[in-house]
Design a protein around this ligand. Structure first.
Ligand code: ATP
Length: 374
């Protein structure tokens, strides 16, 4: 690992469990190639251990010491955490990635759903190639707000609590409107849909009311609503019509897996969990124990999450090289998939982690040539 200089960003790297380790290793290979082609990207990587396997060994999934080290970093690159056979006494899986969201108050989960031209999608309609929308999932409240407060009474009744606060919802909606406005500047529709269940749940009616209040500050954005059940239907019937959607934590959890399926699978869907001062970048998928150690994991979601990290760091500190790096990753992925050249295992093909990583690095080198200054 390189030493930290003043202009370096410190990145906490948490590969975690299962295929998390495999896709993060692949991403660090890509990062090395990127740094030799796009000048001005200076990252100090801080490797850290956390996750279910660590819990099995030590009794702690995410130590105080690790949290303190992360506190001194600028961002977190995470693989995946959790293993089905490592559970708490009440049967729940360990979820240190959710603990990180609470600890750093990472309320806005940004999940871009963009069809990569050249990659297969399960939808027959040719418009599926145009899918390009973003799900913004609230990530600290909703039904996940009180994970340790759920209870079973006398083995007769179980209860979890759904919490929506004005403070977090307002920040979430502001982030959502700002992101929609940024996309509109890039020629995208500038349409934001709040997905809820305001017709049934008091908490969701409150969520929608705050959304409508925020919308008044953004008259140029086309703001609308949809119930979550209708959204699930429309995601499959006409996903190409969405631009940005914002939703509660649990609905976002479910809808983002559905949306990942539309663009080929979990290995294609990146994410960023943003707070006011820290952010976690990780693929939407979990540790996938069914394919761990077989070289089948698709690393594209992690590549794209890393690109989102570069973009976020660059925007935060006004450093254009980082946006260039992010774009170079996306372009290299598009090039590598062009004309059906790659078919990942999760899409029924035979290209695994190694083949996809090699193809993306090759595409990056081809596009940026040998002459780019370092
Ligand atoms: P979590 O609840 O932690 O998000 P999960 O139980 O929803 O995880 P995943 O680990 O995301 O499940 O796996 C769901 C399915 O998708 C599995 O069949 C897995 O093999 C597949 N999958 C997930 N990620 C990838 C990937 N990067 N490449 C290929 N297949 C993947």
């Amino acid at each position: 690992m390189e030493s930290v200089t003043k202009s370096n960003f410190r990145i906490a790297v948490l590969p975690g469990d299962g295929i998390g380790k495999e896709v993060v290793a692949a991403s660090l290979h890509l990062l090395e190639a990127l740094r030799s082609k796009v000048p001005g990207i200076r990252l100090a990587l801080v490797p850290l251990e956390a996750g279910a396997a660590l819990y099995r060994r030590t009794g702690t999934a995410l130590s105080e010491e690790t949290l303190a080290t992360i506190d001194g970093c600028d961002a977190i690159l995470l693989g995946a955490m959790g293993l089905p056979d490592v559970r708490l006494p009440d049967g729940r899986e360990l979820v240190p990635q959710i603990d990180l969201r609470f600890h750093f108050e990472l309320y806005a989960g940004i999940r871009p759903i963009r069809a990569i031209p050249g990659a297969p999608t399960p939808l027959a309609d040719p418009r599926a190639k145009e899918i390009d929308f973003v799900i913004i999932r609230e990530s600290t409240e909703g039904l996940f707000a009180d994970l340790d407060g759920g209870k079973v009474t006398d083995d007769k009744q179980a209860q979890d609590t759904l919490i929506i606060t004005r403070e977090v919802s307002t920040k979430l909606f502001k982030t959502s409107f700002d992101l929609t406005a940024q996309r509109k500047l890039r020629g995208l529709p500038g349409r934001l849909v709040c997905i809820d269940k305001a017709n049934v749940l008091t908490s969701m009616a409150f969520f929608r009311r705050i959304f409508d209040e925020c919308a008044r500050d953004y008259p140029d954005i086309d703001a609308g609503h949809e119930y979550v059940d209708a959204a699930a239907l429309n995601f499959v019937r006409r996903p190409w019509e969405y631009d940005v959607v914002v939703t509660e934590n649990m609905y976002g959890d479910i809808l983002s897996d559905l949306a990942a399926g539309l663009i080929g699978g979990m290995g294609m869907a990146p994410s960023a969990d943003l707070g006011d001062r820290m952010a976690v970048f990780q693929p939407c998928h979990g540790s996938a124990p069914d394919i761990t150690g077989q070289g089948k994991a698709n690393p594209v979601a992690t590549f794209l999450s890393m690109a989102m990290m570069l973009d976020w760091l660059g925007q935060r500190d006004g450093m254009p090289a980082y946006a260039d790096g992010a774009m170079a990753i996306q372009d290299a992925i598009d090039d590598a998939f062009r004309n059906g050249a790659l078919r990942p295992v999760e899409m029924g093909g035979s290209d695994g982690t190694r083949a996809i990583t090699d193809a993306v690095i090759r595409a990056l080198r081809e596009r940026h040539g040998a002459t780019t200054k370092v």
